[in-house]
Design a protein around this ligand. Structure first.
Ligand SMILES: [Zn+2]
Length: 118
């Protein structure tokens, strides 16, 4: 995986995480305060930080899952494993990663997985 692509995906991941948090903070001053405190650290620390319990309460399961997936992807970038399918270990197509930056499986494994869970 090219460094340039990884940097781009990292930015995309952090941006989408901030977007989710922004939406949440727009209607709660408590959460806004928590986020502002978190933002005194740099964005990479923020990305890997454990999210405060108050914030967790305010998150819907769907948002939470997305944040977890994003954090997971950021960790995988740090570990140099980003873009490799967790199942077969083959590289995930860049077009797929651009569409779903936190994709963990290649399209083949993903569709196989979905077939089995149905
Ligand atoms: Zn695969």
């Amino acid at each position: 995986m090219e460094k340039e692509f990884l940097d781009k995906m990292k930015e995309t991941l952090i941006a989408s995480k901030n977007e989710i948090i922004d939406q949440l903070t727009s209607n709660s001053s408590d959460i806004k305060h928590i986020i502002e405190t978190m933002e005194t650290k740099d964005s990479i620390d923020l990305a890997s930080d454990t999210i405060d319990a108050t914030l967790l309460d305010a998150l819907s399961t769907k948002d939470l899952n997305r944040i977890k997936l994003i954090d997971n992807a950021l960790t995988r970038i740090e570990q140099g494993k980003y873009g490799l399918c967790v199942k077969c270990g083959k590289p995930i197509a860049q077009a797929r990663l651009e569409a779903i930056p936190y994709a963990l499986m290649c399209i083949n494994c993903k569709s196989e997985d979905e077939r089995r869970n149905r």
